[in-house]
Design a protein around this ligand. Structure first.
Ligand code: F6P
Length: 362
């Protein structure tokens, strides 16, 4: 007898979610399992009237889902196990009502952290990791990172052409709440002049000194080289200051939205340098077709999740470790996030990626 598997995507969208759903459906069809899409993440199971949240997914979705960014199952930041509003009972009721044998939750530390709690309370769940920040504990890869990196690298190159024309100091803000991987590796690939990451607080004087020194060197190379690209992670901050918040809203998991640090730094630098500009890539990093890697890994994550269900291995997340697909206990997603090792990868003097020789390919 085939199983009925519920699939949901929670948290912020990331390129690779749809290919992962397609992978689940593809593998599930091989065993005669039915896949039920649960829309808007945990919300679908946390409310009573959820008719609009439920959709059956057959193999006909694979071709379309395999190539699309975002999530066709929609996302939300609903926390079904929050202390103020614990909806575990409703989740259990809905699982029964929909006759689901198991769930596959695709998300980051919040979505999968809630999954870990529900798993302890008896819900059979497999997790699939996603976050463009690539900071999820327990796995070396999470869906969306590769696509977002490609967007950053590409946009930094575009910005450089504009910055060159106007001889500008250009702040390019990218995502990365706690971890600076996107800024560090995107900036590295784009040969950014300065990279600012959450893991290393800096002073305005230090930033000015680095830029001034670089501008002097550039002037010596030639008049038309006098421009600078600074890739700054949204969570980067000045020593002794908080991160710059986009607004005062706080989500179900207690997080506030970050955004605007690039603009803030641009304002502070305006008084010291002639011409400064700012752009934030924001959601352009997400709502974009998944890269080859995010499609391939998403598909494989989906396949592995179904195989794990077949083996009765619930309470785990599909993960990448030492470049292999493995399973790790879901609860591990609540461990400390995987941050940039500043001593190893970041040059605090140049405020940039270390450019010492390395044999690491990634
Ligand atoms: O967690 C991933 C992430 O991309 C963070 O870098 C960012 O702070 C957050 O999502 C923003 O997401 P949203 O605006 O959808 O809440």
């Amino acid at each position: 007898m085939g199983m009925r598997i519920g699939v949901l995507t929670g948290g912020g969208d990331a390129p690779g979610l749809n290919p992962a759903i397609a992978g689940v459906v593809e593998r599930a069809s091989m065993y005669g399992h039915k896949v039920i899409g649960l829309k808007r993440g945990w919300e679908a199971l946390s409310i009573k009237e959820n008719k609009n949240h439920i959709v059956e997914l057959g193999p006909e979705i694979i071709r379309e889902y395999s190539r699309l960014g975002g999530s066709k199952l929609l996302c939300s930041r609903t926390n079904p196990v929050s202390e103020e509003n614990d909806r575990t009972e409703m989740v259990l009721k809905n699982i029964k009502k929909l006759k689901l044998d198991a769930l596959i939750a695709i998300g980051g530390d919040d979505t999968l952290g809630a999954g870990a709690v529900l798993s302890e309370r008896g819900v059979p769940i497999i997790g699939i990791p996603k976050t463009i920040d690539r900071d999820l504990a327990g796995t070396e890869y999470s869906l969306g990172y590769d696509t977002a990196l490609n967007v950053i690298t590409d946009c930094a190159e575009r910005i450089a052409q504009s910055a060159e024309s106007h001889q500008t100091i250009f702040f390019l803000e990218v995502m990365g709440r706690h971890a600076g991987w996107l800024a560090l590796r995107g900036g590295e690939a784009a040969f950014a002049d300065v990279i600012l990451i959450p893991e290393h607080a800096f002073t305005i004087d230090k930033l000015s000194d680095v830029l001034r020194e670089q501008l002097e060197t550039s002037t010596k190379i030639g008049f038309d080289h006098v421009y600078k690209i600074i890739v700054v992670a949204e969570g980067a901050h000045i020593t002794g200051e908080e991160e710059v918040r986009k607004d005062a809203k706080i989500d179900d998991f207690g997080h506030y939205s970050l955004g605007g640090v690039g603009n803030y730094l641009k304002g502070l630098m305006e008084h010291r340098f002639r011409h400064t500009r700012y752009s934030a890539l924001a959601y352009l990093q997400r709502g974009t077709p998944p890269s080859q890697k995010d499609r391939q890994i998403g598909r494989r994550f989906g396949h592995n999740a179904v195989e794990m269900l077949n083996n009765g291995d619930t309470g785990y997340m599909v993960a990448v470790q030492r470049s292999r697909l493995v399973k790790v206990p879901l609860a591990e997603v609540k461990n400390s996030p995987s941050l940039v090792d500043v001593d190893k990868y970041y040059d605090t003097d140049r405020l940039n990626v270390k450019i010492e020789w390395t044999d690491e390919a990634d």
